[in-house]
Structures are given as structure tokens and as C-alpha cells.
Write a protein that binds this ligand. Structure first.
Ligand SMILES: Cc1cc2nc3c(=O)[nH]c(=O)nc-3n(C[C@H](O)[C@H](O)[C@H](O)COP(=O)(O)OP(=O)(O)OC[C@H]3O[C@@H](n4cnc5c(N)ncnc54)[C@H](O)[C@@H]3O)c2cc1C
Length: 369
């Protein structure tokens, strides 16, 4: 009998496992892939995640970047130097995710990869978790099984809404250390380009919904247009779950974290930082529950709503205003140096949407009417 079984070894699961194991609880992580595993993701990660760990994340950073270039339909480039205390981190997700799980293992957590969870059953006071290997039993469960996992459904919680994003990994020697954002080529969304030591991770998503079928070809065209050699590039599609309202994240002896909880930013698609944050908060809640605090799991739902959720309300409003009219957003937002600095500070965890968005939406509607 484990104190907690965690389904999924992404940033949410790895973080939860680390914090629970550090508190001395017995933890089992179940992961269907073989680790380290490739995970389509831009890998742009806010340095703000460092505050939630007591170990150094430097081994996971492929590159640090403090320059951003925006374009509108491949024209009108705007370059911005980041003025944040720490540049943005570019990570490879196979490295970051494996590293977090390894830290958890070093604290005593157990990992079974190549093991798919096939169903769960509550048996009196604990969960039986059925897998492609043997069934295992834990007092508490964390569903950290990503955007298309089944844990939310099995726990009778509302699954997060998913949409498809496209990713393109382009190998390159000496990639330029600059982030690229292209607005206007993807309807209701955008394209990003994040450098790594050995290439670029490009991606495209529609943030307000719409046709995602054309995203892979739009992305490959774009890569060619900005001069990347796409002959050896690899193309992927993967779901994203963008925050679209607060939801109940707890059920009988169980919590959801990360993409399974639908916490990615609806304006930027940033999901690693909120996955790590919710993984840490889920671990805190389960640790309190194991120590006898009866309302600890309900409190987790409330804490995520009051902290991350209250910020995402503003991110959602900004996305609605910006992506419908990217030309105006570009003129009154991107092209204003102060606006981009503030936005980049949000990405680096040094500012909050709630402080910025009232002003920004006024500017956007000022541009409209
Ligand atoms: C194309 C793309 C680009 C992105 N770029 C960025 C970016 O640059 N920066 C950023 O912050 N965010 C980005 N995101 C979002 C980010 O990748 C996610 O928010 C983040 O990976 C969520 O982490 P997680 O731990 O919740 O889930 P995941 O990382 O998806 O991990 C879930 C794990 O659960 C496992 N699993 C699923 N079902 C089962 C099962 N039944 N049994 C056992 N294991 C199971 C999966 O194999 C997986 O390893 C991007 C997303 C996409 C699609």
C-alpha cells in the first residue's frame, strides 16, 4: 500500500512525487512511456519554477535566451531585449521531465515506466490502480496524465477541453539565441520558435479554437520562410489543454494536476510552470490529508482557483481581445516596448496579468473603436 500513486511522469507528476517523497511519504509513479521520453513541447520555461525546488535545475537548461523577435505575417519585425532578472530557459522536455523524476527517486519515490494505467477502483479506503502490469494499491491518487489522459473521466471530474497543436523539431548547428513569435499567419493563434543547443522547436496553436488541420503545413512553410533547413525536421501533433474556467480538481482521495487539470495559460500556452505549481500544491494537500486534515483536498481546488485561476481569468480576456484582431494587438501591444517588457515579465514570473490586463484591454478596445 503506497501513500500516493501518481499517474504520469511529466512535470506535474515528477514535481508531486518529489515533494511527497521529501516529506517521507511512500510514492509510486506510473508512466506508460519509457523514460526519458520525447514530449512535443516548445520547452520555453519560466525561471520562476526554481523557487519551488531546493535543488539546482541548471542541468536541465539547454540554453538561456534574453532576446525576442515578433513578426506580423512575416513582416514588421520587432526585437525586444528581455529586462528580467533571469532570462527565459529553453529546456528539452525529455531531460527536464526525467530529471524531476530522478530527484523524486533520490528521495525514495518508486518509478514504474512502460506501465499504462488501465483503470481505477475505490475499495473502501484506498484506490486499486489497474495497469498493464500488476495492480497496485494506494491511499491517495494524483492524476497527472496530461491533456488526453483518462484520470479526470475515471474520477468523474470534468475533463479539460483539448485542442490540437503542431510541433516541428528542426535540427541546426549554432541556433540563434532568440525566441520568435509570429502573429497573424495562424487564425486565432500564433507560431512560436524556441532555440535549443542543437536546433529549434517550432509550434503553432489556435488559442480561440478553429481549424487545426492546416497547422503542420503552415508551420513547415513558416520554417522555410525564416531560412531553416527543414529536410531533417520532424513533425508532431499533440493536444493542449488551455485554462477555460475554474474546475473541481479533487474527488474521493484523489486530485488532478497539470494538463489533466486544464491549467495551461490561454494566452501563451505556457503549461510547464502551472503543471509544476499544481504538482507541488497537490503534494502539499495530500501530505496534509495523510496527516489527518479532512478538508485538505477540497482546499487544493480552492487554492488553485484563488492563485493560478484568478490570473488565468485575465489571460483568457487578453487572448480573446488579442487573437481576434492580431493586427490591432500588434500595433497597440507588441509594438509598444513597455507592453512587451511587461508581458515578458509575466512569462518570467516577475509580474501578473491582473496588474497588466485592465490597461491592455483598454488599449486594445481604444484601437478598435
Ligand atoms: C506543441 C506544444 C508546445 C508546447 N510548448 C510549451 C512551452 O514552450 N512552454 C510551456 O510551458 N508549455 C508548453 N506546452 C504545454 C506543456 O507541454 C504542457 O502543459 C505540460 O507538458 C503538461 O505537463 P503534465 O505533467 O501535466 O503532462 P505531460 O507532460 O503530458 O505528462 C503526462 C504523462 O502522463 C503519461 N500518461 C498518460 N496516460 C497514462 C496512463 N494511462 N498511464 C500511465 N501514464 C500515462 C504520458 O505518457 C505523459 O508522460 C506545449 C504544448 C504543446 C502541445
Amino acid at each position: 500500500m503506497y501513500d500516493c500513486i501518481i499517474v504520469g511522469a511529466g512535470p506535474a507528476g515528477g514535481t508531486a512525487a518529489y515533494h511527497l517523497a521529501k516529506q517521507g511519504h511512500s510514492v509510486l509513479i506510473l508512466e506508460k512511456a519509457s523514460l526519458p521520453r520525447y514530449r512535443p513541447s516548445g520547452g520555453a520555461v519560466s525561471p520562476a519554477i526554481a523557487q519551488w525546488f531546493d535543488f539546482d535545475l541548471a542541468p536541465t537548461i539547454s540554453m538561456k535566451v534574453d532576446r525576442v523577435r515578433y513578426t506580423l505575417k512575416n513582416k514588421d519585425p520587432v526585437e525586444v531585449e528581455l529586462e528580467t532578472a533571469e532570462p527565459m530557459w529553453m529546456v528539452k522536455r525529455d531531460t527536464l521531465d526525467r530529471f524531476l523524476v530522478q530527484q523524486a527517486q533520490d528521495k525514495g519515490a518508486e518509478l514504474r515506466d512502460n506501465t499504462t494505467v488501465t483503470g481505477i477502483e475505490f475499495k473502501g479506503d484506498s484506490w486499486q490502480v489497474n495497469t498493464t502490469g500488476e495492480a497496485v494499491v494506494g491511499r491517495y491518487l494524483i492524476g497527472a496524465d496530461g491533456p488526453t489522459g483518462s484520470m479526470a473521466k475515471w474520477l468523474k471530474l470534468k475533463p479539460a477541453k483539448t485542442r490540437l497543436a503542431a510541433a516541428l523539431e528542426v535540427p541546426a548547428s549554432n541556433p540563434e539565441p532568440a525566441i520568435g513569435f509570429e502573429m497573424g499567419l495562424v487564425k486565432n493563434g500564433f507560431i512560436w520558435s524556441f532555440p535549443k543547443a542543437d536546433g529549434y522547436s517550432l509550434g503553432a496553436a489556435t488559442m480561440l479554437g478553429g481549424d487545426s488541420k492546416k497547422l503542420p503545413s503552415i508551420l513547415t512553410d513558416y520554417a522555410g520562410k525564416i531560412g531553416l533547413d527543414v529536410k531533417a525536421a520532424k513533425s508532431y501533433e499533440h493536444s493542449v489543454t488551455l485554462w477555460n474556467g475554474d474546475r473541481t480538481l479533487h474527488s474521493q482521495n484523489a486530485l488532478l494536476a497539470g494538463d489533466a487539470a486544464g491549467v495551461a495559460d490561454p494566452f501563451t500556452a505556457e503549461g510547464v510552470r502551472p503543471s509544476i505549481y499544481t504538482g507541488m500544491k497537490a503534494a502539499e494537500a495530500i501530505s496534509m490529508a495523510l496527516k489527518g486534515q479532512g478538508d485538505a483536498l477540497a482546499e487544493y481546488t480552492q487554492v488553485i482557483k484563488d492563485t493560478w485561476g484568478s490570473e488565468m481569468v485575465w489571460a483568457g480576456r487578453l487572448a480573446g481581445a488579442f487573437f481576434r484582431f492580431p493586427g490591432i494587438g500588434y500595433k497597440v501591444g507588441v509594438k509598444q516596448p513597455i507592453a512587451t517588457q511587461l508581458m515578458l515579465k509575466i512569462l518570467c514570473g516577475e509580474n501578473q496579468y491582473s496588474k497588466l490586463v485592465g490597461r491592455a484591454t483598454k488599449r486594445l478596445s481604444g484601437g478598435l473603436f
